[in-house]
Design a protein around this ligand. Structure first.
Ligand SMILES: [Zn+2]
Length: 110
């Protein structure tokens, strides 16, 4: 049986149910365990256009685990001029990575 990548969704609104990729325990994620955001990559126009880095971190609420799960996404960056100063929103995904749990992490604990 192949292990699926742990589900780490960007820009979700807690609370929601989630199964930890480290301990496989299902729990309810509350705002204090979830952080998601993005930053514009201010390097000018690239071959990929204007880009942003989207990031989401989650801490497992299971007191026996408490491991960090981390995912990042390279996304198109679209600026919006609807406000007094430009406000960006991260657009379509270019690439997605799950950094933690590490893909090479074993089935056992530390
Ligand atoms: Zn866990």
């Amino acid at each position: 049986m192949t292990k699926g990548a742990p589900l780490i969704e960007h820009f979700k609104t807690p609370p929601f149910e989630w199964t930890c990729g480290h301990c496989s325990v299902k729990s309810v994620i509350t705002p204090e365990h979830y952080h998601s955001g993005y930053t514009r990559l201010a390097v000018g126009e690239t071959a990929l256009g204007e880009t942003a880095l989207v990031y989401t971190a989650m801490a497992c609420p299971n007191p026996d685990c408490r491991e960090l799960s981390l995912a990042v996404r390279l996304a198109d960056y679209k600026a919006s001029l609807g406000h007094a100063y430009p406000i960006g929103t991260a657009g379509e995904a270019i690439r997605d990575w799950v950094l933690l749990p590490d893909a090479g992490e074993g089935d056992g604990g530390p």
